[in-house]
Each structure stands twice: as C-alpha cells, then as structure tokens.
Design a protein around this ligand. Sequence first.
Ligand code: CP
Length: 327
Amino acid sequence: MNVPDLTSFAERWDRRHLLDLESLSAEEITILLDVASRLKEATEGCRRKLSLLSGKTCANLFFENSTRTRNSFSLAAKRLGADTVEFGSSGSSTAKGETFADTAKTIEAMGVDWVVTRHGTPGTPNLLARELGCCVLNAGDGPHEHPTQGLLDLLTIRQHRGSLDGLTVALVGDIAHSRTARSNIWGLKRMGAHVIICGPPTLVSPRWQELGFEVAHHLDEILPRCDVLNLLRIQFERQHARPFPSVREYAALYAMNAVRMRQAKENILIMAPGPINRGVEITPEVADGPHSVILEQVTNGIAVRMSALYLLSAADDRYRSGNQASA
Ligand code: CP
C-alpha cells in the first residue's frame, strides 16, 4: 500500500497535544480534515494498513465507558502501523489509591508516544499534557470537550456538502451535559457554519446566545432551515434531577421521526454521535433511513484519529529534535 506524502501538512502543524477544538484555528481544523481525507483514501476507507507510524505506541487510558472512541483510536493507531496498550480503571492499581497522574506517568514510562485519555473530570487531559512528556489526546473530559468527535462530525458534513461555510447546523438535545455539543459548537463556528443550539430550556443555557449563537427551544420552528441535524443523547447518568417531565414528552417535542422528516430539507443530513437511544432522540426509521450518516461518522472517526496521531507525532518529532513545535 502506497504511503501518501503528508509532509506539507505536517510542516504547517505544530501542536503536540489535541485537547479541544475551542483553541484551534480554521487553518488547523482544515489541516486535520485534509490529512484525514487523504488517510481514509490511502487506507481504502480506513480498512487497510500503512506503515506511517511503525515503532510508535499509543496508550488508551479510559476511565469512562466507550465503544466507538476507544476502538476507533486503537484501530487508527494499528492502521498506521503503531502498537497499542489498553488501560481501563477497573482491574488496575487506581483501585489501590494511585492517582490519575501517577497512573498515566507509569504507563508513559513503558515507552508510549501518545496517551489517549477519557475521564469524567473536565481538564484531565490538560493536566496530563503538563505532567507527561508524550503527546496527549482528549477522548472526552466530562461535559467539556470531545475534539475528535467534533472533527469526525465536521469531516462527515464536509464530505457530503463540500464545505461547512454557510451551512445551518442544529445541535439538538442535552447540550448542558454534552462534550460533543461543545466541540461541534466551536469547530462549526470556526469553519463558518451557522450553529443553532436547540433543546429544552433546562438543558440549553441562555449564555450561548450572549456568545453569538442562535438558541431555540422548539425543533419544529427551526427544522425547515436546517442543512444538518446532530441529535444528542440525553445523558441521564450526568443529571442530578430529571430536566423534563418524561422521556415521552421529550420525544414528542425533540425526537426526529418520520413526520418531522416531511418538514425538513430534501437533502438534510441526520447525524448522531452515539450511543443512540432509539425512540428518545431519534426513531428507528430515521436512524436507519436514507438521510442518516451515523455509521459514516463511525468510519470517519478512524480517519480523523489517524490524522491526529500522525500530525501530533510529526510535531513531537520536531520538538524532540529541537526544531519549533509547541511544548
Ligand atoms: N461518541 C462517543 O464518544 O461514543 P463512545 O462513548 O462509544 O466512545
């Protein structure tokens, strides 16, 4: 399999960590998406292996459950020829009182090049970026950010529409607890999309309006204007009190179903970061219907994670050899 020449992208990238999308420029996001597209093509849809990162090792430190992100990071590293180490909090020495930072330093001392971390506390990836010498990637820190989820959503939209500039994208559902929402909000804004933040008043802070975003509480009112709907799961596990009277009432007001599809644009894209709760934010006929790109999002997850691993590694190599790249 031919290894694509990505040097011109790597030369314009100087971050050793991927912690959020809020701090990335449009140029940086474009580099990440361009490299993801090339790697997706070179690996025949993320299915074949390249030897771009042979000899490197990626450690997955997941302190929260994951199906998509964890397996996707693992496959991304393997597709590029790297080795992987899997670490979960259950069955580890964290149960004996070891701190999160000490655990991460222990794994790093085994000779890893990237630490991918998911944790329930916002800011934990930033802590590791300060404490460790290797590259750190945020795979979700509490309700704060999930940058590779944001990137895979942007890549999926770009593949269908060519550009994000000028599109109207609604994020619908549990905005208050959603790291996916936050990464999408910053990434979409940076790339020129019009972002609508839609959900019950108990799950959408009015502060988003002060920050220049459109806030809506009625899906039916905004639906005809939307090019893309990203339907977010209600995160009951992060809520202390139920934010609406019943799941049935939530579904009646916000679930994307066959009746609502008739009010939508003919070419609307239906997205969901997953896990999806059929019958709550989306009905089966919409989740499995012709407008749904939910499984394409999953494939694109491997592409953007290959891109991030490659670019961070290139910046890290330059940093270690004393040439540029940020600490
Ligand atoms: N979208 C997402 O982060 O899914 P997982 O929790 O399965 O990783």
